[in-house]
Every structure is written in C-alpha cells, then in structure tokens.
Design a protein around this ligand. Structure first.
Ligand SMILES: [Zn+2]
Length: 111
C-alpha cells in the first residue's frame, strides 16, 4: 500500500527528531493533488502505532492543502482540483500548491 510506506517514512523522520522521547502529536500537511487519501493515512498510522511504543499515545492530525495553479499562458492563478484542470483561457496550469506531503509539526513529551 502506497500510504503505508509514506506514513512509515514520516514516522521515521518524527522518531529521529523526537530522539527517544514519546511522541504526543503529529501534524501532516497533505496537498489535495497528492492523490493520497486521508483515511488511508489514518489507517496506516494506526497500524504503525500498534507496533511502535513511542507512538502509542500520539494523535495524528491531517491538514489538507487545496491545490492551486498558475497559468503558463496568462499567469492567472486558479484553484486546482484535478491535475488535468486548465485555466479559463485554455492554458496549461503549473502547480504551485497542493503537492505537499510532509510532517509539519511534531510534539513530544517533556521528560
Ligand atoms: Zn490562462
């Protein structure tokens, strides 16, 4: 599963940053154009959480970032809901937002 390996990578980054402390909260920034399903991320996180003691009390928050594009022809900016969307002038849109997939915030327990 695509989402499982994504979450594994993000958790690995989080665990490295936490340096052995218990993780309380993770906030993921997920662009709407990444084609990643938030439900699948949560499901994958729960599976990893079950076998990772430092994560057992952590909450996962997902912040969805809407897609935006800039027209290559007229430079107008437009909301992008699909990678195939075009500008109202018919020009191709260059993606400027909506492809984010990263660990935005990590909260660890103070020991
Ligand atoms: Zn245009």
């Amino acid at each position: 599963m695509h989402e499982l390996s994504l979450v594994q990578d993000l958790v690995r980054v989080g665990l490295a940053a936490a340096e052995g402390r218990t993780i309380r909260r993770l906030v993921l920034e997920v662009g709407e154009l990444t084609c990643v399903a938030p439900d699948a991320l949560r499901f994958a996180f729960a599976a990893i959480q079950a076998e990772t003691p430092l994560l057992s009390e952590a909450t996962l928050e997902i912040e969805l970032q809407p897609g935006r594009g800039r027209c290559r022809a007229c430079a107008a900016e437009a909301a992008l809901s699909s990678p195939l969307d075009l500008c109202s002038c018919g020009g191709a849109l260059e993606w400027i937002a909506g492809k984010e997939l990263q660990l935005k915030l990590l909260e660890v327990a103070h020991v």
